[in-house]
Structure formats: C-alpha cells, structure tokens
Design a binder for this molecule. Sequence first.
Ligand code: GLU
Length: 484
Amino acid sequence: MDKTVRTRFAPSPTGYLHVGGARTAIFNYLYSRHTGGKFLLRIEDTDRQRYKPEWVDAILEGLKWLGLDWDEDVVFQSERLQRYREVAEELIRRGKAYRCYCTPEELEAEREEARRKGVPYRYSRKCLHLTEEQRKKYEEEGRRPSIRFYVPDNLDITFHDLVHGDITYNTNDLGGDFIIVRSDGFPTYNFAVVVDDHDMGVTHVIRGDDHIPNTPKQILIYQAMDWDLPRFAHLPMILGPDRQKLSKRHGSTSLEEFRLQGVLPEALFNYLLLLGWSPGGNREIISREEAIRLFDIKDVNKSAAVFDHNKLYWMNSEYIRALPDGELIRRLKEYNEYLKGKGQGYPVSDEHLPILVRLFKERTKTLKDFFEYGVFVYREDYPYDPKAVKKRLKDPNIFTYLKGLADRLEALDEWKEEKIEEVLRAYADELGVKHALLIHGSRVAVSGMAVGPSLFLLLEALGKEKVLRRLREVEERVRGSLNG
Ligand code: GLU
C-alpha cells in the first residue's frame, strides 16, 4: 500500500494569487481529498526583496474564499533558515556541495568570458578545491561564501512525471554547479523546496510545468541526501485566447479581481478545475464533492489550457441562477460587505436585496451586476439614460399620461403584476394611445432605462409608493437632470 498522500501548495508571496496558482492549489487540494490524504500550505517567502506581508494575507484569504482548507500549520520558509544551513553543511560534509568565495565581479568576468567565446555560461569551479589557507585568506578579506551544489558531469537524470511521462535531462545541460545558499545566508528556491518537501513528508509535488527544468536539480539534491523522491506532476500552462501566456493583457487574472467583480467562489473553483482536467463527456458544471470523487492526476492533460473569461462569466451566471433566493440574498449582502471593506460598497439596505434578486437573477453574470443594473432600486437619484428619455418620453403629452396612470394605479388595492397590467392597458385604451407608449414611458420613468425585466414585474417589485411617486415626479426630474 502507498503511504498517505501529502500534497502541498507553495506560493511565493510576491503578488495576489493568480488564477494559475489557484488552479495549482485546487489540483493539490483535490488530489489529497480524493485519496484521503493531506493538503499542506507553505509560504515561500525567502525572496525578501519582492516579499510583502500583505501578499501573504491576500493568499491565505484567497484560499479560504475558494474553500481550499489546508491541513496542519502553514510552513513559512523564512522561519526555517537554520534548517537550510544545517542541510547545506551536511551536503558539504558529504562532498556534494562546497563554499564559493567568488565575488560578483569575478563571476561577472567569467560570464563575460563565456559571452565573448559564445558558449553557455557555467561556473568555473574555481572554489571547488580550495585549501584551508586560501579559505582563511578569503574569510580574512571579509568575503562571505555562498554554497554551491556540485553537479556531476554528463549524467542522465530521468524522472517519471505523472502528467508528462518520462523526462530526461543530462546534467551537462543544467548550467553547472548552482548556488543553494546565498552569501547572505538565504537558501535558493531549488534547495529550500527540496528540504521542505522532504521535511513536510510531501509525497506528490504538483505544480506548474514551468518548474520542469528545476526538477532534475532538485532530484540531485534528494539523491545527495539519500532522501526518497516524491512523485512529480507538472500541470499544463494557462494561456490567453491568443495562445500567449495568460497575463494582464487578457483581462483579470487574480483571485482578488474576480472576487471584486462578483464571481462566486464555487464558480471560479469549477472553472479553474476544467483548465487541464475534465470529468469526461461534455460535462462542465461539477460540484466540489463530485470533483473530489472523480479527480485523478493521471487524467490531467499535457497540453496548455486556454483561459476564457466569457466562459467563466457564463459559468458564474449558471451558479447564480442555481442558488436559492435566500442564499443569493445572503451572498449579495456578504459581497457588498466585502466591497465596503475595500471602499467600493453600494448603498444598498436589506430591504432592497430581495427586489434585486427578483428583478435580475435571470439576467446577471456577476454579483456586481445586481447592484449595477439595479441602481434605481436602492437610490432615489438614479440616473436617466438620455437616449431612453429622448426616445420614450418625447410625446408632448407623456408626462400628463404618466401622472394620470399614477392616479389610476393609486386606486388599486392589490399591487400585483396582472392587476397593474390591466389598469395600464385599460387606461391606454381610454386615452386612445398605443399600450407601448405607456409601457415604455413608465419603464423609463421608474428605472431611468429603456431595457430591463418585464415592466409589470418591475412595477410590482418596486412597490406602489415608489412607482406612484416616480410617475408623478418624472417630468420635473427629467427636466432637471437633462438641463443640469
Ligand atoms: N514558490 C514556487 C512558485 O510559486 C513553488 C514551486 C513549487 O511548487 O515547487 O512557483
């Protein structure tokens, strides 16, 4: 029997969580949950120049929002410097690594030389066989050594990638002896990742396929320490529709942006899940539980996945429609609270939310749409679309008609769609005008817009008081808004 699966997500906190990172996290999460294993989280915060504490918070928050609950304590690389030094010393003792005292200037001179000769650069190994005296002399000069890993010459390294199959690298193509601990005492990525994955008992390293070229270097370190290798699975790249690497140019790419736009976490989860994996058939809407049941690394695709924003919004609209109204109201409220925290909230109170849901549930792509389409629901100073006014309120008598309609509606006891419709149509007949004149005119009067949900539903949902007031005041307000 295999030992318990332990996967990990290991983001570097140098920015908001990108959808590519989130997809990696989701696959790690699903595989651990599918196998009854553990999903671990490690923050790779040793690049102190690019690190900001708020990025760590954003990552943790983003993962929680997506529902990716991790097991065990979060591991921070910055708290493990001592451990990396220990392992580096052990590698030196084993003759697998050595101290390098070369200065940046000396290394640059070597690089320059390689450029002049037109050959790929690799470190000269000048410091590989330093005598004790030479070392002392350098130390006295105040030089601080880095530690380099000794890469054996001309050795084939083959590993079996669970997505890509067998991959072989020759050690001559790895760029020479690489630094594992910098002169400032900080580990480099390839080294820290091995020490951590080993110490955390990681059994499956699932990450983006941009890390394939790092894998042979990491394997050399495992072997030098006589540690068991984890299994590797490298996930396909995510591209934009133009088949270039997904970037800002293609639109939003961070979790934060999608959350601000009002994408539901379960919709984003579902969408990202399909970037490189499919449950078979043409099925696209898959719940988290089902995904956990069906997901397997061996079914992950090798070829790059294309991120399609429109498809994500379509999926989001499906998820919005599938929510029971009460739950949707709760989500809208929660979302608006989140926006308020960012200084971007809408002035909506609880009584407006059911109206927004009733009017727009069938027509929105995001939670934000409810608030954007429904300004007239929660603000009395809603804007009038000048084109709608020009087209729908141009009849010289329209304002008189709308006031007359208000009087008729006032007499209505039962404020229901069908009743409202009857009154409006009867009144149009009485005036001898087209029903459409009053229908379109009322719509613009109560909502400021020429399009929207069915008028009678709109009037019912807004409530009698608002409707009467708006029909009566539209003349004055439109004049004010168009002149002012
Ligand atoms: N911090 C690395 C990254 O964000 C982790 C790579 C890995 O999973 O080994 O790309």
